[in-house]
Design a protein around this ligand. Structure first.
Ligand code: SAH
Length: 540
């Protein structure tokens, strides 16, 4: 079986960024993904659309797929792939596959069947969870060893696979003992060590859901850790770290100190636009809840845009007023190049030359304006560097920027052809100003925004009612209007949280609807809004 390979890949301890580069590459290329724990959901989104996903974790509420069943499944799937001509299987495992992950058993099952496999190590939770809690597992002058131990087995049973005397000895010279799967036996573990002379004052750190935004850490000592864990309802999954290094957390903690740690922030942007914003927020520690209030759809009529594309060479200026307008324009241009757009043959000769490939060369002779840095950045993705980017997000400012640049490069605005590719419904300030200056302006709707079906609104309402939301962010007037519409009568629940607005127009929409806005971004951009949230929530 040379055309099939099973990769046993460690996904890391929880933070999706902690998977190795090799693991991520294999995941993206996998034909079949087999995963078994919830964090796997994050990774399931990273496979190619045609990949088959097999979840082997909890079935319903109780029974797990057993290890022999998983071993057999790996073998079966490998044979299936072979009969389809080959491919790759990624078997994703939390942390490192060979550290208390039963990856060894899976490798043995594959080896026994002669199925090729490779192992991609992962960042193990026993090291990563302490690191995110600000605890180095070894530290010069403090701990010269770290021992990884299963805490799963009952320490009081007669024949233990663990040498508790040896563990106690290591601990007595400062060595770090790191228990996996030990929360249920916490009290017994502490007693085993104390009974063998380990000081009851020895620091112990418990790190739960390490490296995720739900991470919790409790530092106690051997004597009181079990009681304190009980009081705090501190349960699995957690690493139990015994040793003086746990005392270093006070000076080295960082993860929970990020400005938005533990804050739940709702992002109301469209799904396609949310990701950069969400990534920035979660990078600062926030739990991000995406509740898209906007979806993008085709405009009611592509006619004006198609006509513009067919004569693209005539424009002196092409203006983009949103990231989405850029995507929609180039999407339509590509469709045009593929011949998917019905168009009047008499219109085409020059256009076919310009639009043959549906790429940036279609705009080779035009000047290009972008309303702001995000739109300009998206244009760069298509290979275009904007000629005019105003300092402010207003029609007047765009006009000024176009006028200035026109003068600089000798375009007579009063004789210029301008194309504005934008949303179906938008303000007319810019076209009016350009027309007043004598330009011939074509406004071409490239997309329209629509309100999604409000199926998930109940979940959001429940979270708001429970006081579980620290902030809702509004990145445009439509996000505000649509959210209120989607709440359909329960809008008052918005008073249970803090509302953050990207700028004055959005703020006005909220205030006009009778809501109080906690803060408005100083710079009307996503980074500006992030800054505002950080200022509001600050450090804990
Ligand atoms: N192969 C995994 C360990 C699997 S055993 C690894 O290398 O990390 C499962 C145990 O790992 C849990 O009981 C818990 O002790 C630990 N664990 C896994 N993920 C964790 C996390 N994010 N935070 C703390 N402990 C974790």
């Amino acid at each position: 079986m040379s055309n099939v390979c099973v990769y046993l890949v460690g996904s890391g301890p929880g933070d999706p960024g902690l998977m190795t580069v090799r693991g991520a590459e294999l995941l993206a290329a996998a034909d079949i993904l087999i995963y078994d724990y919830l964090a796997g959901e994050t990774f399931a989104g990273r496979v190619k659309p045609s990949a088959e996903l097999v979840y082997v974790g909890k079935k319903g509420f109780s029974a797990h797929v057993t290890q022999p069943e998983i071993n057999a499944l790996l073998v079966q799937k490998a044979h299936e792939l072979e009969s389809r001509g080959g491919g790759s299987i990624v078997r994703l495992k939390g942390g490192d596959p060979f550290v208390f992950g039963r990856g060894g058993e899976e490798a043995l099952a594959l080896a026994a069947e002669g199925i090729p496999f490779e192992v991609v190590p992962g960042v193990t939770s026993g090291i990563a969870a302490p690191a995110y809690a600000g605890i180095p597992v070894t530290h010069r002058g403090v701990a010269s060893s770290v021992t990884f131990v299963t805490g799963h087995e009952d320490p009081t049973k007669n024949v233990s696979a663990l040498d508790w005397d040896a563990l106690a000895k290591l601990s007595q010279v400062g060595g770090t003992i790191c228990f996996y799967m030990g929360m249920r036996n916490l009290e017994l573990i502490a007693r085993q060590l104390k009974d063998r002379g380990v000081s009851p004052d020895t620091p112990v750190a418990l790190v739960r859901w390490g490296t995720t935004n739900a991470q919790q850490t409790l530092v106690a000592c051997l004597d009181d850790v079990a009681q304190r864990a009980r009081e705090a309802s501190f349960g699995a999954p957690a690493i139990i770290l015994v040793g003086p290094v746990a005392g270093l957390r006070d000076q080295m903690r960082w993860f929970e100190d990020r400005p938005l740690f533990g804050r739940t922030i709702v992002v109301t942007r469209s799904r396609s636009q949310a990701s950069t914003f969400s990534t920035q927020l979660s990078g600062l520690g926030a739990n991000v809840v995406e509740f898209p209030t906007i979806e993008f759809a085709e405009p009611d009529d592509f006619g004006p845009l198609d006509a513009a594309i067919a004569h693209i060479e005539r424009y002196d200026w092409v203006v983009f007023t949103s990231v989405n307008g850029v995507d929609a324009f180039f999407g339509r241009l590509a469709a045009f190049a593929r011949g998917d757009v019905p168009c009047d043959a008499s219109a085409v000769p020059a256009a076919t030359a310009r639009c043959l490939r549906g790429d940036a060369r279609a705009l080779a002779d035009a000047r290009v304006a972008a309303i702001g840095p995000a739109t300009a950045a998206r244009l760069r993705d298509y290979g275009i560097i904007a000629d005019a980017i105003p300092g402010q997000y207003r029609g007047e400012a765009v006009f000024d920027a176009i006028a200035t640049e026109s003068k600089r490069c000798g375009i007579d605005l009063s004789a210029a052809h301008v194309l504005i590719a934008r949303a179906q419904v938008a303000r007319d300030t810019l076209p009016d100003l350009l027309r007043a200056a004598g330009a011939q302006v074509d406004v071409a709707p490239a997309y329209q925004t629509v309100q999604p079906v409000a199926e998930k609104a109940n979940d959001l309402v429940a979270m708001l009612e429970a006081g579980d939301v620290d902030a809702i962010t509004f990145t445009s007037s439509s996000t505000a209007r649509n959210l209120m519409a989607m709440l359909d009568g329960s809008e008052d629940v918005l008073r249970r949280t803090q509302l953050f607005s990207i700028g004055p127009i959005t703020t006005k929409t909220l205030v006009d609807a009778g809501f109080e806005v906690t803060a408005e971004a100083e710079e009307y951009t996503i980074p500006g809004l992030v800054e505002t949230l950080v200022a509001a929530f600050g450090r804990r």
